[in-house]
Design a protein around this ligand. Sequence first.
Ligand code: C6P
Length: 407
Amino acid sequence: MIEPLVNVSEDFPIFQREIHGHSLVYLDSAATSQKPKVVLDAMDRFYRQYNANVLRSVHTLAEEATEAYEEARQTVASFIGAQTPHEVIFTRGTTESLNLVARSFGDAFVNPGDNIVLSPMEHHSNLIPWQQLAKRRGATLHYVELAPDGSLPLDALREAINPKTRIVALSRVSNVLGSINPIAEAADLVHRYGGVMVVDGAQSVPHEPTDVHQLGADFLAFSGHKMCGPTGIGVLWGRSRWLEMMEPVIYGGEMISYVDREMATWADIPHKFEGGTPNIAGAIGLAAAIRYLIDIGLERIHRHTQALGELAYEALQQVPDVSVYGPRHPHAGVVAFNVERIHPHDLAQVFDANGVAVRAGHHCAQPLMQWLGVGSTARASFYLYNSEQDIRRLIDAILEAKRFFQR
Ligand code: C6P
């Protein structure tokens, strides 16, 4: 029996809630995770005890706030194996991080005739910025063909990446298929031709130990809110070598070195990319979330969510009329499925009436829905507070929906 990795009701206040008279089964962590008390407390402490803007004033509160903000950067850097905290840029989340790379790196280093390699499983955030970049720069998009089970075969990667490839942008873990992609191998290939590897870590950084150098990444994007942190804070990690050559995309306060009436020069990395007052409480909350995850152990979290994902995959496959998507093994802790003749939104509503929260829709991955030949799916996603019992509640809710809709 797989039990939660933490004391759920003690650590996560939200699980004290009932939903329509049922205890909450939260299976929507791929959309956003729940927040432990330690994160809420860290942010509360900031606002109550040392709220001030960072990197500007010299009074005590400002110094404490700046120290906490820069410590948060250091915490993130160590968490992902970065060589220096200067390579860690705070953003609003994965979407903003990927847009920053496309705008800043892309506009400077992608030329007409170059190609950008993507997969059909990418989230819109790791797709539209590249479509727009390709239009601006006269580049082309190449899609790696997926295997029938939704995994990304090495042969197809080898075929897609060539001397014209400037950027390979792939998610480490798909937010729909639960596929775990061979990033290090893709990085090896693109590096041979002098291109860069951009990794969308939105669904992987919360769930597995991450080392940017082992991944072979040049850029890694992820969001705080999917890893027990608050919304509105995320990270772009990049190799200093690239970041130093890149132009800022947001101009304004605290990203400059010198300004006169006609011109301006930029602060060093990472501050040249953080124009304006940053999300200070968010960074402090994210650092608290990272410490919480480290205490539990990323290897344990990885084993736990993958075990729940694979168990759910098998349990769902055994229910008549249910189609499950993505590879069977390895399968991350996110499982998309459909039940014949029941729209995913109707399913999600029956689940909700039973206290089970899942997501239904296209999951911001419409090209993947087209590849699957469906308009939408239901999706259950797991994290450290979930248990095998939650899968039973999910299956029971499916059986109830089948009784109701398929009468
Ligand atoms: N996926 C989901 O329910 P933001 O919104 O910027 O924090 O993350 C964007 C994003 C990028 N890449 C992947 C692989 C993602 O899964 C997400 C967010 C959520 O699947 C919300 S659409």
